[in-house]
Ligand binder design. Structure first.
Ligand SMILES: C[S@@+](CC[C@H](N)C(=O)[O-])C[C@H]1O[C@@H](n2cnc3c(N)ncnc32)[C@H](O)[C@@H]1O
Length: 313
């Protein structure tokens, strides 16, 4: 089968919503070429990304590459993608260059092209994320390995927002906690929570591709007895009170669900949330505080923030 590569030159801020648009348009996998991956702040603190080649990355901005089958709907799909991306301007999302190019690749090229960007990465004191096809041996005794097959769901586990959530989980999760992961994607945060000692994790995502991916990844990591994955809209139909909610999702979604998150948490429970670009800091802070949360921590990585907010005892 012939595949068409659609390449979008955009900004870090737009990575998440543009990836979402590409998935919605039926893209089979999204590659994120972000030059900051080569020089992350956490490289010095926690470790490094192994074997990435600078020649594969743009000098500025971020390239998002997705693959669409060449068929009679291709032209229409590309127009829809462009239109949906331009709509992001309504939400004040900086699109940078916003240059869209198309090129053809064959199936064998596509099958291997994206894998070269995914390497083992030490993302926190204890956790290293490694793609399933890499042969990685732990360097330290205390190292926790998460094996991920990103498939078509969001991320390799190394996006700054994911890393911020993993680091916050490491600091705030207590042994035996019951955890809700809202917008689980590949399931990476649920797997991290289970491996860090949660007794039970509910992994929720609206997207059925993410649900499939998270189910595969929880089995790969042998935490499927603790993590239950299901398709769900945000916190709807979640009947038990968690000790901790983790949600790596857009700032607008977090502000919308903060009241419900507060109501659902146990007294003393915590909300760890990211997906928040710097410019949305005050908006999220106000929403969390007016829902009743006490803000314990705000951590920055590149243009992104995570909040850890506590429900009073
Ligand atoms: C930025 S990704 C985060 C994925 C993963 N938790 C991580 O940290 O890498 C956000 C996820 O939220 C999901 N999502 C978006 N809107 C949602 C909703 N209303 N309810 C549940 N999940 C949603 C998306 O499908 C996507 O998988």
């Amino acid at each position: 089968m012939k595949w068409s590569e659609i390449c979008i030159h955009t900004t870090q801020e737009a990575v998440e919503p543009v990836s979402h648009i590409l998935h919605e348009a039926g893209a089979s996998g999204v590659v994120i070429e972000d030059p900051d991956d080569l020089y992350r702040d956490w490289e010095t603190t926690y470790g490094e990304i192994y074997e990435l080649s600078p020649g594969d990355y743009p000098e500025e901005g971020v390239l998002l590459k997705a693959y669409l089958p060449v068929n009679s709907f291709l032209g229409e799909a590309v127009e829809e993608i462009k239109e949906a991306i331009n709509q992001l301007l309504v939400y004040d999302i900086d699109l940078g260059n916003n240059k869209v190019t198309l090129s053809e690749v064959n199936e064998e090229e596509w099958a291997t092209a994206w894998k070269k960007y995914y390497k083992p990465v030490k993302v926190s004191d204890h956790i290293t994320i490694t793609p399933t096809w890499e042969d990685y041996s732990p360097v330290q005794d205390s190292e926790i390995i998460i094996e991920l097959d990103p498939g078509m769901a969001f991320g390799t586990g190394t996006h700054p927002t994911t890393v911020l959530c993993i680091q916050a989980l490491e600091r705030h999760l207590n042994q035996g906690d019951m955890v809700l992961d809202v917008g689980t994607g590949t399931g990476v945060l649920s797997i991290a929570a289970a491996k860090l000692g949660a007794s039970q994790v509910d992994a929720l995502d609206l997207d059925e591709v993410a649900v499939k991916s998270a189910k595969i990844n929880t089995k790969l990591n042998k935490v499927h007895d603790k993590v239950s994955v299901r398709q769900n809209n945000l916190l709807e139909n979640t009947d038990h009170s968690p000790d901790l909610i983790v949600a790596n999702i857009l700032a607008e979604v977090i502000t919308g669900m903060s009241g419900e998150a507060f109501a659902s948490l146990k007294p003393g429970g915590k909300l760890i949330t990211s997906g928040i670009i710097q410019t949305k800091r005050e908006m999220v802070r106000e929403a969390l505080q007016s829902s009743g949360f006490y803000i314990e921590e705000i951590i920055e990585m590149e243009d992104w923030l995570s909040f850890t907010a506590k429900k009073p005892e």
